[in-house]
Design a protein around this ligand. Sequence first.
Ligand code: FEC
Length: 311
Amino acid sequence: MTDNRVGVLVMSYGTPNSFEEVEAYYTHIRRGIPPSPEQLQALMARYEAIVGGFFPLRRNTDNQVAALQQTLQRDYPAVDYVCVQGLKHAAPFIEDGVEEIAAAGIRRAVGIVLAPHYSRMSIGGYIERARKKAEETGVAIRFVKSYHDHPLLIEALAERVKLGLERFPPDKRAQVRVIFTAHSLPAHILDMHDPYPQQLMETSRLVAETAGVTNWQFAWQSAGQTGVPWLGPDILEVLETVNREEGVNEVLICPVGFVSDHLEILYDIDIECRRLAQSLGIHLERTEMLNADAKYMKLLADTVHRTAEEG
Ligand code: FEC
């Protein structure tokens, strides 16, 4: 009997399960170097501000993986897709996910990351770890590298931009500056001709066009404090400049580089950017995240299936 099963390694950033796990999580992000007590305290304080009994990314990743499993079953019933999680900085780690596929006796798999834009430093890192483990365990795995211009991604984000604009009074909507954001990375990625910045600009342009928005720009967010330059301008700086130099008082942030509600959204935008906006007299709104949005799940399912068929 032929084995019709295809493993789907759904990879995501990962988050702690509890406050006790924050230090180990942060140490993992720092490639094994523990944070100083001040750094740890600062991260704890950010989580305390957003965690209401559970870490949001934990629940969102669970929901996304369950929804993708259902969508694959519904749309591609002829293939027995088996979704498992593999997280970058928390358990179950990427390697655990590949082990799970191998232990079930599944020999073919597709890997996909819950982040649309490729950088060697982001998606490249996920893929490298998964590929290494797959080779060790004898799983033939193919990867989706990016899906930043997939029509369903653009549609889903454009819908959110339109809904976001409706939160402003009708007479102010024409003045709203839409600012697309994504996680910054160390600026040396530019020397490697990394596609990350171009892919993000492409997504932003397509979403703006689809939503009929002409008053927009792009900014980076959540840069680390690592002693090297990161890509800029940062959203906090941009909010100040557009307000001071162009008199912008209405801003809609659309974080195109992320798909879930998590720390970088719920703290960096909803608390930090909002606080600054308030002090500048800016009316700030943010678009809803995709989370387990049906169009996003369909996009992931179609892309996984296409990649599996290519094999
Ligand atoms: O909600 C949560 O618990 C997790 C939110 C979270 C997401 C996320 C996504 C990305 N990161 C990316 C790059 C970097 C680089 C460094 C870095 C550091 C952190 C720290 C926390 C953190 N990141 Fe993250 N990131 C999230 C959380 N990230 C916490 C450590 C404290 C801090 O700097 O704020 C710097 C590492 C180093 O020190 O060398 C680089 C990129 C993404 C988007 C793509 C993806 O999801 O993989 C790129 C969500």
